[in-house]
Design a protein around this ligand. Structure first.
Ligand code: PMT
Length: 343
């Protein structure tokens, strides 16, 4: 075994021994096992879509946390396209971020009540929204009838990683019929449990707790987030990169698509390429914060670098799906940005 494999395994083992599992992990695992088993029996392809940001709590009884940017648009929209293409979808998302189908009517400036009106003492959908809502409702009803969407949630980076590992291991027997589509914005830094204070970090010097001034909650190590003088000092540790484990250990035969988010255009393709070389998975989809709604770059061993852009004339609404990705492994060769019909 190579040294890098060894150290990745050690990092995994250390992380999952020291960071406690979320309370709902058993429930999620039971639901996922049943869902995966049923769709495997029916011979269906199955994808795990991750979506939304991951928080890094600074206190055990969390008042303050660091967050990673993501509304969940990419994940929720892409999940709809996978469902439309016959996949069963496990949607592992940040609690209260966008959900497939309901995303059309939530998280915007308009209330869902604005889609309704009263007619003869009944609530009905306003005429101007009938066609669009009927289209979404039909898709949603079919998916529900076939029981093809399982929704699981997380909030923190640790909850995310525990769920990812458990579900990935359950999907392992599916071999190449499994796919991972990792659109969640995963925090690179975190506060380990043994360096986290129990209570809200105090800002008023008169109320500082514990010898370190932050109330270490029984931990002997210096808290990662603490007040020093009048400043809040945050000293985070790196989250181990689990893509390697996913590719090599948790689900070695699955198709794996990861995302790369950057803000500096000159870094995007280089970093996507670096990730592809390092983890040897199938595809990295790169996007820039400011342009992510209308352009992405696919970086793969098969095709090199390929940009998908929504034409300027069609950029009126948000481009957030990846319709051309869904379907088969030869998606790169056959599809074109003009087919992207979700914007
Ligand atoms: O939700 P929206 O508002 O629509 O925004 C969508 C998006 C911009 C969040 C999405 O398209 C996106 O780019 N998601 C990935 C963001 C991200 O976490 O990038 P990264 O460079 O930090 O990580 C790259 C990959 O490594 C990710 O696929 C992640 O799963 C993986 N990773 C990251 C950290 C870690 N410790 N282990 C990992 O395996």
């Amino acid at each position: 075994m190579a040294d890098s494999d060894n150290s990745a395994q050690q990092a995994e083992s250390y992380y999952f021994t020291h960071e406690p599992p979320p309370k709902d992990l058993k429930t999620n695992t039971t639901l996922a096992r049943e869902f995966i088993g049923r769709h495997a029996d029916e011979g269906r392809r199955l994808v795990l879509v991750t979506s939304g940001g991951t928080t890094v709590p600074l206190e055990t009884q969390t008042v303050r946390y660091i967050d990673n940017f993501s509304a969940g648009t990419r994940g929720a929209t892409s999940a709809e396209y996978f469902l439309q293409n016959g996949y069963a979808v496990i949607f592992l998302h940040r609690q209260f971020s966008l959900l497939p189908y309901s995303r059309h009517y939530s998280h915007n400036t308009r209330s869902f009540l604005d889609y309704m009106k009263e007619e003869n003492g009944q609530v009905v959908v306003d005429e101007q929204h009938q066609d669009e809502m009927l289209r979404v409702l039909r898709q949603y009803t079919e998916v529900k009838r076939e029981n093809r969407l399982l929704i699981l949630s997380y909030v923190t980076i640790t909850e995310y990683l525990w769920n990812l590992r458990e579900v990935a291991q359950l999907m392992r027997p599916l071999g190449p019929k499994a796919m991972f589509y990792l659109a969640a914005a995963v925090s690179d830094f975190f506060v380990p449990q043994d360096r986290m204070v129990e209570h809200k970090i105090q800002s008023n010097e008169e109320f500082l707790q514990g010898p370190d001034g932050a109330g270490a909650g029984g931990n002997t190590k210096v808290p990662a987030a603490r007040t020093e003088g009048r400043s809040l000092v945050i000293d985070l540790e790196p989250v181990p990169k689990f893509l390697k484990q996913l590719v090599d250990g948790w689900a070695p035969q699955a198709m794996i698509v990861s995302f790369k988010l950057e803000t500096d255009p000159s870094m995007l393709v280089r970093k996507a390429q670096y990730s592809l070389n390092k983890y040897s998975h199938h595809l990295v989809i790169g996007n820039l914060l400011l342009t992510r709604k209308w352009e992405v770059v696919f970086v793969s061993a098969l095709e090199g670098e390929k940009w998908i852009r929504v034409p300027r004339s069609r950029r009126t609404k948000s481009f957030s799906g990846m319709p051309s990705l869904v379907g088969s492994a030869d998606y790169l060769a056959n599809k074109d940005a003009s087919e992207a019909d979700d914007f």
